[in-house]
Write a protein that binds this ligand. Structure first.
Ligand code: EPU
Length: 350
C-alpha cells in the first residue's frame, strides 16, 4: 500500500474542480484495502471512495482518506444458456468496457456508450441512457465492507436499484439499515449480456437516426456509433469542458400535476411511466426558466443541454464547487417558483 499526501484531485473529477486530498490510497486489489484497515494510523480516518469522479462536486479539500479504486480486468467469467457473464474490475473505464464487449462479440451495453466514469461507479447511480439502464444488464458485484474487511457479493435485488439510485447512495440508518454509502467499496461488477440480443430502439433520438439513415435493423455496433454521435452532439466532452453529466434527475409528477403544467405550458416535454406517474424532462423545465447559457462565477449552464452544468474556466481558472452549488440552488428555486417542482441533484456533493 502506498499512502500519498496532498494529492491534487483536479485530474480525478470530470468537472475539473481544483481540490486536494489530504491522503489518498490507490486500490488495485483487495489487499490494498485490507492494508488500510490494518494500519492503525489510517484505520480510524473517515473514508471517501473515488471512482472516475464523473458524478461528484468537490466543495473543498477532502479531509477523509480517499480510496481511489483502480481494480483492473475485463473477461468472460461464465456463460449460461441465456447469457454471457462478463466481469470487469471496478477501476476500468466504463466506455472502454462497452467497446471491449462489442469487439469481443458480447453485445448489450451499446446504448450506454460514452457515459463517463468507471465500471465501479456504474451500479452506484444505476447509470442509464437511450432506453437501457445498468440494472437491465446487471448480474452481480463483489465489494468489501470497510468496517469489517469482509468480502461480499450482491445480486440486483440486493443492490436496490431504481432510477439513478441504489443502496450505495444511501447511508445506513442503523444496524438493520440497507444503506452502503461510506461502508462498501465495489471491486468487481458482473454483467449478464443476453445471447439472444435484441436492439433497444425505443428512444426518440434513436428513432430519428433510423429515419435519417434508413437503417431499420441496426446491429449493436451501429447503435453504439449512433449513441456516440448523439452524445457528442449534445453533451459536452468532459476532457474539453468540465461537467458531471446531467446535474438533476428528471422529476416525476402525478397526472393531475402534469395536466396543470400543460395547461400553462403546453410544450412541456413529458413521458408516461409504467406506474402511472409522468416523468418530465428537467432540461426542458430549466430551459423554460431561461437558464441556458447563464453563469455564476465560472460555473455555467451548457448551451446545448440545460440539464448539464459546466466548468467555464477550464483547468486554468476552474469553477469552484461553491459556484456550482450556488448555480444549482438558483436553478432549483426558479424551477420551483414557476412549476412547483423540486429538482433533485444527481451528483454526490463532497
Ligand atoms: N430538453 C429541452 N431542453 C434542454 C434539454 C432537454 O427541451 O435543454 C428536452 C428535449 O425535448 C429532449 C428531452 O428534454 O428531447 C430529453 O432530453 P435528452 O434526450 O437529452 O435526455 P434527458 O432526459 O435530458 C436523460 C439522462 C441522460 C441520458 C439521456 C439519454 C437523466 C437525469 N439524464 O437526459 O443521462 O444520457 O436521458 O438517455 O436521466 C446523466 O445521467 O448524466 C445523463 C447524461
Amino acid at each position: 500500500m502506498n499512502l500519498e499526501k496532498n494529492v491534487p484531485l483536479q485530474p480525478y473529477n470530470t468537472f475539473g474542480i481544483a481540490a486536494k486530498a489530504q491522503a489518498l490510497v490507490r486500490v488495485h486489489t483487495e489487499a490494498d484495502l485490507l492494508a488500510v484497515l490494518a494500519d492503525p494510523a489510517l484505520a480510524t480516518l473517515p473514508r471517501q471512495v473515488l471512482g472516475g469522479g464523473s458524478n461528484i462536486v468537490l466543495t473543498g479539500d477532502v479531509k477523509a482518506l480517499v480510496l481511489k479504486v483502480e481494480v483492473p480486468g475485463m473477461r468472460l467469467a461464465s456463460e449460461t444458456d441465456k447469457n454471457w457473464v462478463i466481469e470487469a474490475g471496478a477501476g476500468e473505464d466504463w466506455h472502454a468496457l462497452v467497446a471491449w464487449t462489442l469487439d469481443n462479440g458480447y453485445p448489450g451495453l451499446e446504448n450506454m456508450a460514452l457515459i463517463p466514469g468507471t465500471v465501479g461507479a456504474s451500479p452506484v447511480q444505476n447509470i442509464g441512457a437511450y432506453g437501457v439502464e445498468l440494472q437491465d444488464r446487471f448480474d452481480s458485484l463483489d465489494a468489501m465492507d470497510l468496517f469489517t474487511g469482509e468480502l461480499f457479493s450482491l445480486n440486483a435485488a440486493q443492490c436496490g436499484f431504481s432510477y439513478r439510485d441504489s443502496v450505495f447512495k444511501h447511508v445506513s440508518s442503523g444496524p438493520e439499515g440497507l444503506g452502503l454509502s461510506g461502508r462498501a467499496v465495489i471491486l468487481r461488477v458482473r454483467f449478464a449480456l443476453p445471447k439472444r440480443w435484441k436492439p433497444e430502439l425505443g428512444y426518440l433520438d434513436l428513432e430519428r437516426k433510423m429515419a435519417e439513415t434508413g437503417i431499420h435493423n441496426p446491429d449493436a455496433q451501429q447503435i453504439f456509433d449512433w449513441v456516440v454521435a448523439i452524445r457528442r452532439a449534445k453533451l459536452p466532452d468532459p476532457a474539453v469542458i468540465g461537467n458531471a453529466g446531467s446535474f438533476f434527475k428528471n422529476p416525476t409528477v402525478t397526472p393531475e400535476q402534469c395536466a396543470d403544467i400543460i395547461a400553462r405550458d403546453p410544450k412541456v416535454v413529458h413521458y408516461p411511466m409504467p406506474d402511472g406517474s409522468i416523468k418530465l424532462a428537467a432540461g426542458w423545465l430549466i430551459n423554460a426558466c431561461g437558464w441556458k447559457g447563464k453563469t455564476v462565477g465560472h460555473a455555467g449552464v451548457y448551451e446545448k443541454q440545460a440539464l448539464v452544468l459546466v466548468n467555464r474556466g477550464g483547468r486554468e481558472n476552474p469553477c469552484t464547487g461553491g459556484e456550482v452549488m450556488t448555480l444549482a440552488k438558483a436553478i432549483q428555486t426558479s424551477v420551483y417558483e414557476r412549476f412547483g417542482i423540486r429538482l433533485e441533484p444527481e451528483p454526490v456533493v463532497i
